[in-house]
Write a protein that binds this ligand. Structure first.
Ligand code: MLT
Length: 334
């Protein structure tokens, strides 16, 4: 009887071992132990060639050396980053689908009525990566020889002047909006899938003005393909010492800084997130990464900022402040 009960209620030894092995093979801890064991995709939700793409490729290149697996950059662009972001929100939370994004992760919540994701609920933050200023640039033939003439020309011509940006809620749109607000002008907005393509049109003279991150503009200003009128802030930028700060034209309250952060889909195993945060912290501490960013006028964040809690707090603050700023500025949600 006893033997029979044992057979009846306790599976044979080999079945229990196999079940235990299978259970271990799929436990988050085991998954993390050999993570990553295949290439990782890092979505940059703006077009190739822009400031976001430049920063994303720099970190992908650095982090892949640290993690020992290739990191492929995927420029799924459109709707000011919302299309690429939605792609990551619904991706498998296994550590192989990441998102590098900035302020539009916060502003899209206010700008799109039927957003396919929630920036907080559908993502696990890994950490912040960079922080950088913005600069007002124009096509070389733009008819203003300095900042004061630029301001006067905008006020006198308004809608005749085209202002490029990367979609409602993007950093370039926010900067353009702030510029129009402080100057009391309304320009003719031309949206692009990223400021990479916008810069191409600016260099070709097809569009007049762009307010963009230094990671997208400093090289083109330095090689004379476009001209810079002012940095969007109180002080001149070390990367563009000959360009005045907008405050020098008596314009107050126009200061904007753009920070990129790394996210994974909600539910990514914590040991995997920890590995990604550790790799990001090594990248922001890497002298080569720091030097490359400085050359674009951008700063790598501190190791303390390259953490999930710091990025979560930064995102919460941007959601609370920038969404209402856009609505107050009369921007209509799509
Ligand atoms: C923006 O917000 O303007 C984007 O970062 C532009 C880009 O990266 O292409």
């Amino acid at each position: 009887m006893k033997d029979n009960m044992r057979t009846q209620y306790f599976a044979p030894h080999w079945i229990r071992i196999s079940a235990l092995t299978l259970l271990c093979a799929f436990s988050p801890l085991t998954q993390a132990q050999d993570y990553p064991n295949k290439p990782i995709t890092m979505v940059m939700p703006y077009a190739a060639g822009g400031p976001g793409d430049t920063i994303t490729r720099l970190f992908a290149g650095s982090m892949q050396k640290i993690l020992g697996q290739q990191i492929l950059v995927d420029n799924t662009a459109g709707a000011s980053g919302a299309i690429g972001t939605a792609k990551v929100a619904r991706a498998k939370p296994d550590g192989y689908n990441l998102l590098m994004i900035h302020v539009s992760h916060a502003t899209n919540l206010a700008m799109y009525k039927n957003l396919a994701y929630h920036p907080v609920d559908d993502f696990d933050p890994i950490g912040s990566a960079t922080s950088g200023p913005m600069v007002i640039v124009a096509r070389n033939e733009f008819p203003a020889k300095d900042l004061n003439e630029f301001v006067s020309y905008l006020k006198a011509n308004q809608k005749k002047v085209s202002l490029a940006h990367a979609g409602v809620g993007s950093a370039s749109h926010l900067c353009g909006l702030m510029m129009m607000n402080v100057l009391g002008v309304q320009l003719n907005e031309i949206p692009y899938k990223g400021t990479g393509p916008a810069l191409t049109d600016l260099m070709g003279g097809q569009v007049d003005v762009l307010c963009d991150q230094t990671s997208g503009t400093v090289p083109s200003v330095k090689n004379g393909k476009i001209k810079a009128y002012a940095s969007a802030g109180k002080n001149r930028l070390p990367s563009l010492p000959d360009t005045p700060a907008i405050a020098e034209a008596g314009v107050k309250g126009f200061e904007i800084n753009i920070s990129f952060g790394l996210y994974a889909p909600k539910g990514t195993p914590k040991p995997v997130l920890d590995k990604l945060t550790a790799a990001l912290q090594k990248s922001v501490s890497d002298p080569e990464v720091i030097k490359r960013l400085e050359g674009m006028g951008v700063a790598a964040v501190s190791v303390e900022q390259a953490t999930p809690n710091a990025l979560r707090a930064h995102l919460k603050n941007e959601i609370e402040t920038l969404g209402s700023l856009l609505i107050k500025a009369g921007v209509q949600p799509n």
